[in-house]
Ligand binder design. Structure first.
Ligand SMILES: *[C@@H]1O[C@H](CO)[C@@H](O)[C@H](O)[C@H]1NC(C)=O
Ligand SMILES: *[C@@H]1O[C@H](CO)[C@@H](O)[C@H](O)[C@H]1NC(C)=O
Ligand SMILES: *[C@@H]1O[C@H](CO)[C@@H](O)[C@H](O)[C@H]1NC(C)=O
Ligand SMILES: *[C@@H]1O[C@H](CO)[C@@H](O)[C@H](O)[C@H]1NC(C)=O
Ligand SMILES: *[C@@H]1O[C@H](CO)[C@@H](O)[C@H](O)[C@H]1NC(C)=O
Ligand SMILES: *[C@@H]1O[C@H](CO)[C@@H](O)[C@H](O)[C@H]1NC(C)=O
Ligand SMILES: *[C@@H]1O[C@H](CO)[C@@H](O)[C@H](O)[C@H]1NC(C)=O
Ligand SMILES: *[C@@H]1O[C@H](CO)[C@@H](O)[C@H](O)[C@H]1NC(C)=O
Length: 688
């Protein structure tokens, strides 16, 4: 009995060891230069793996950076694998689209021995059919080549050392509800998800439009014994080519596993761009002539009113198509049509207005499919500014964080006017919640602190979580929105500009909101992460105190809180209505208020970074703790914040410069309030 158990234990241990040695698992939702090895024309653009360029006869290949175990060493046992990826074949409006993408296993790196066009960047005519190729591929081919016995101009095939598929099927899927097979034209610029599962010589290939649940019935199922094809270790990846038929073939996400056949669920399938070409101008479409003829008849038959409507719609569409400029195609992802937005907002009806922002009205809308959105119009951009703006918007559309309001799309309406489409936030904006009179919806102290944590984590993501630094530049309560679960989400990137990390963030004109702008921003006009931190500090005070930063006839909010601190009555800064309800942790409130004051320090060098802010708000979060960072500085800071004689820790965050002597509290107060006053009066002048 015991011996049996021991054996079992030993066996499972060995199995575990074997799995650990040989299993490969990865999920790539955003490609970067270290995710894959690139060959030929393959590049990574905006975190999308772009295999071929918009040029004739291009080949591109991308492989996982290391060889992976494909077989149990020196045996015929092929490891099971499950892979899933999302691809798009983006058409070029000047050419007919072709040729295709292949998911492949290959024994070596590089693209030697391959050819473009119908050879798919897989093999050339010399090595075709050679068992020494050790090549296994699943092709997604959009051209019918008779020489390779292709079955159609949109098919999926299983290739072994050959371009003639052993098994093939028209691209498409069987819907789960028993409907007949749906064929798919793969080269239309839409994104499709593919699942390839292999175990015990059985292979399943399934595909569906991205976002759809994986269909139960595979597109292709076959018996393929790969033990002679695979070497013990193989490279895995994608290869692709174009000919005179030009198309940009893209992989947007990819997962691979030997052990977890559900890993594909970790792929992000929403918010992906589409690469469809804009529809042909209406006057070039076949149906147009017919339509106009019928229209003319209708003009005579129907009232003049209906013809008026018809002409109006036609003119508007035409105007819109013509305004599509060449450069806009570069930013095609996320573009929506005006008609789509118009339908969603019931023609921008007044009853759909949910707010009025600095730039215009904000409408609530419902997209086809039921998603609720907030639609915002932005006007007054000059042509150059507009281009900059679109590029910005299209990059920001790829920013994803649970505490950022998701940007769904944009649309250029007419010269100088833009429409942005955001996810709809059920619970409105934070300022409404803080300053509302209805006490039943009052935010508790706990909720307020949670909201501040959410905003801090969003801002930290903007500052450091992305490969280019993004400044928000307009943090304030009305830009913080609450979703249906009362999670806070930072919104309105209209004013943000992107900066590469390490690059000095400098801009030419001052943006922001009075009361939230750091003194040095008003003086120099230069935004930085520290000016964002300043605004966040003001937001902390505003949210906890329930007071606006600047209120006519009252001291500045910062001044007032500092005064309470001096009197050792900091807790009295807490919103009276919240305080009356009780049930809060006094120490925590004071700590967060201290942090607010520190963030709003007039000297930018003294302000903490968002990384430090998040850490201080959250307590110790191992994910965020950078081990190289000096833990003591935080502890020191916390300690200082707790003492009554609140002293600004001079340069406490940069160990390079040593503090000489701590200023007294009065000096600080003096300094802070005078700089605040200066900043305020200056900004008022700027405002005028
Ligand atoms: C690049 O992508 C890989 C996954 O493919 C990830 O592990 C790595 O953290 C990414 N690097 C950066 C700098 O984002
Ligand atoms: C990309 O394709 C063009 C055209 O085929 C070719 O001239 C160029 O060498 C390719 N680039 C690489 C890096 O292979
Ligand atoms: C596999 O076979 C090769 C030569 O045939 C040998 O050198 C190697 O040690 C073997 N590896 C294992 C794990 O048996
Ligand atoms: C195919 O590739 C191999 C290896 O690079 C090369 O020797 C051969 O000449 C190529 N054949 C053709 C037809 O291009
Ligand atoms: C292939 O699909 C069939 C039917 O859905 C399933 O029974 C089988 O387990 C699948 N095989 C693999 C290797 O995933
Ligand atoms: C695959 O083929 C090898 C010989 O080439 C054989 O030893 C092995 O049993 C086969 N595997 C399956 C699952 O049929
Ligand atoms: C496997 O493919 C055959 C046709 O090749 C089909 O008849 C069968 O239904 C498929 N099985 C599954 C489980 O999809
Ligand atoms: C497999 O991957 C999915 C998606 O990431 C995950 O939810 C699941 O827990 C994983 N299963 C195992 C056994 O690791």
């Amino acid at each position: 009995m015991n011996g049996q158990r021991l054996l079992l234990l030993l066996l499972s241990f060995l199995l575990l060891l074997f799995r650990q040695i040989s299993a490969t698992d990865f999920v790539i939702n955003r490609f970067n230069s270290s995710s894959v090895l690139l060959y030929g024309n393959a590049t990574i653009e905006s975190h999308i793996l772009t295999l071929t360029k918009d040029s004739t006869f291009s080949i591109g290949r991308a492989l996982y950076p290391t060889k992976i175990a494909a077989k149990k060493p020196n045996s015929s046992y092929v490891l099971p694998f499950s892979t899933s990826f999302i691809f798009a074949m983006a058409p070029n409006k000047l050419y007919n689209p072709g040729h295709g993408i292949v998911f492949l296993f290959v024994p070596k790196t590089g693209i030697d021995g391959t050819a473009a066009s119908q050879n798919l960047g897989l093999l050339n005519l010399t090595n075709l059919g050679n068992p020494d190729d050790h090549l296994f591929g699943v092709e997604f081919d959009v051209f019918k080549n008779e020489e390779f016995k292709d079955i159609s101009d949109s098919h999926v095939g299983i290739d072994i050392n050959s371009l003639v598929s052993d098994f093939a099927h028209d691209a498409g899927y069987w819907p789960d509800d028993g409907q007949p097979f749906k064929t798919v034209k793969m080269n239309n610029g839409k994104t499709y998800q593919v699942w390839i599962d292999y175990a015990d010589s059985r292979i399943n290939v399934t595909m569906a439009p991205t976002g759809m649940k994986r269909p139960k019935q595979p597109l292709l199922n076959a018996t393929v014994n790969l033990s002679q094809v695979f070497q013990d270790e193989m490279y895995v990846g994608f290869t692709s080519s174009t000919g005179q038929l030009v198309q940009s073939h893209k992989i947007l996400a990819w997962s691979y596993s030997n052990t977890n056949f559900s890993l594909s669920e970790a792929l992000i399938t929403n918010g992906l761009p589409s690469f469809e070409l804009p529809k042909e101008p209406i006057f070039k479409q076949k149906g147009f002539i017919v339509g106009v003829t019928v229209g003319v008849v209708l003009v005579f038959i129907l009232t003049s009113l209906s013809s008026f409507v018809l002409v109006k719609i036609y003119l508007r569409r035409k105007r819109e198509r013509e305004e599509m400029e060449e450069w806009e195609l570069e930013y095609w992802p996320h573009r929506m049509t005006y008609q789509e937005i118009e339908a969603a907002t019931k023609d921008f009806s007044e009853e759909n207005v949910i707010g009025i922002g600095g730039n215009g009205k904000v409408y609530k809308g419902t997209l086809v499919g039921g998603a609720e959105v907030a639609v915002k119009r932005i006007s007054h951009q000059n042509s150059e500014g507009m281009r900059e703006f679109v590029s910005e918007v299209s990059s920001l559309g790829r920013l994803k964080h649970r505490n950022l309001v998701g940007l769904r799309g944009w649309c250029k309406k007419e010269k100088g006017s833009f429409i942005l489409v955001y996810d709809y936030m059920e619970n409105g904006s934070l300022d409404e919640r803080i300053f509302l009179r209805d006490n039943s919806k009052l935010l508790s102290c706990e909720e307020r602190i949670r909201i501040l944590k959410d905003v801090a984590s969003a801002l930290f993501y903007l500052h450091e979580g992305w490969e280019s630094k993004v400044l928000h530049r307009d943090i304030k309560a009305s830009n913080v929105l609450l979703d249906k679960d009362m999670n806070a989400r930072l919104g309105d990137f209209g004013l943000a500009r992107m900066h590469d990390h390490n690059q000095m963030a400098a801009t030419t004109h001052v943006v922001g909101t009075i009361g939230y702008m750091a003194p040095e921003l008003i003086k120099s006009g230069k935004s930085s992460t520290q000016t964002d931190v300043f605004s966040f500090g003001i937001l902390i005070l505003e949210v906890l105190c329930g007071r606006t930063p600047i209120d006519e006839g009252k001291p500045l909010l910062v001044d007032w809180v500092l005064e309470l601190l001096r009197l050792d009555e900091l807790i009295n800064a807490l919103d009276e209505r919240v305080k009356a309800n009780g049930g809060f942790n006094e120490e925590e409130v004071e700590r967060v208020l201290h942090l607010g004051l520190l963030c709003a320090h007039p000297d930018p060098n003294v302000r903490p970074t968002m990384r430090q802010v998040v850490k201080l708000l959250e307590g110790k979060n191992p994910e965020l703790v950078d081990e190289s960072e000096d833990e003591d500085s935080e502890l020191y800071l916390l300690d200082k914040m707790k003492t009554r004689n609140f002293r600004w820790p001079d340069m406490s965050f940069s160990s390079s410069s040593q503090s000489q002597s701590h200023p007294t509290f009065d000096e600080i107060r003096e300094g802070l309030s005078s700089s605040m006053t200066i900043s305020w009066s200056k900004s008022m002048a700027v405002g005028r």
